[in-house]
Design a protein around this ligand. Sequence first.
Ligand code: SF4
Length: 468
Amino acid sequence: MERISVFDIFKIGIGPSSSHTMGPWRAAQRFTQDIDVSRVTAVQVSLYGSLAKTGKGHGTDLAVLLGLNGDDPVTIPVEAVQPTIDGINLLKTIRLGGRRDIPFDPASDVVFLYDQTLPYHANGLTFTAFYDNGEGESHTYYSVGGGFVVKEGEQDLHATVTLPFPIDKGLELKDWCTQEGQAIWEIVFRNELTWRSETQVREELMHIWTVMRDCIYKGCHTDGMLPGGLEVQRRAAPMNRKLLEGRPYRDVNDWIRQISRGNHTFQQILKWVSCFALAVNEENAAFSRVVTAPTNGAAGVIPAVLMYHLCFSESFVEEDIVRFLLTAGEMGSLFKKGATISAAMGGCQAEIGVSSAMAAAALTECLGGSAEQAMMAAEIAMEHHLGMTCDPIGGLVQVPCIERNTMGAIKAITASQIALESDPSKAKVSLDAVIRTMKETAADMNTKYKETADGGLAVHISVNLVEC
Ligand code: SF4
């Protein structure tokens, strides 16, 4: 089994998709490390399966260009993304690995193989480097969801790490919590010390939250139309203005204070949670900086629920940010190990369903629930996403994706409240049972409902994509 850090689940990057943008980007970077860049005269890329079918809408081809060009999704300034791509298209040259200029024409050197799928995973891509002596080498990578990349024929290094509390199933997590008399987040924290110092864990988690928070803030202050040609109007910014009723603020912290002090009716809180989730996924759709949680398509659920707790829970303390992310991250790991977090393998239950389960468990612990109640909340949240299809219209991570994040966030809060009022020993469905069910449901789902844009809303809503 994999040994997954919370920081493998929460990764800072660029939208709109972890499996179709972040993963291919990372694969392209890996490829430049796996070849002898100094001898390369040309490179070709083949996209298979779901990467071919929805790759255009998800920006897969653009991510591959940036990865080959030596740009990193964590550090590249968001405003440099489009000019870099424009430059490659104009000059038909790429700076391979950030080191050496070679001829590269995206129109002919990135090939979309719409009818071919590689056997290991629906998201496969093969890179070929041609050398100056007429020889070449090819490497195949799989983007297996959440920005994780597996190279064909390579052992998974995550499996070789030894943790003090190895956890593959919910039952094992529950047993460790009982044996140690600790909450989920405390057990996970002790595991994280395998990779980082206590200070690093705290600082990096707070940095993850800062990126999430800033993404919400930016989305709540950006008007206009999303790119891609679907002509989807942004809604978070007008919603933010309406909810604040003209109250002034100076910066992000002052903005949060104004939200916390405002009207707290049930309707207002519902609107704020939706606004937070919309903001993140509008930013994601606009190729901005987001945190994969556990994917980009579902990146809005966890920030929205954590922001809800921060703004509206009387019990909120800053330490809850660390607790929330540790517990949420562990839930994401359980679903990745026991089922999938790849929509191309499991449909949208693997994205919105998993993120909702992660947020439900995390919120439950922050609100004083036991480890059993937190796992029950995760189970409830997933139970009501089982079978959810992935059917992005036009292959863009916009409709239904953006609104789905609001639903996932609200379901997470509801699941948490139900679990907090329940006795987990009387639950009929365990977390492990729902993870198993999700895996089987994923296997049974027709391929057209798994991020292919061949089924669901993607074929029932006719769109004329406007070139932009
Ligand atoms: S429908 Fe769901 S799984 Fe598919 S791209 Fe949108 S958010 Fe991701």
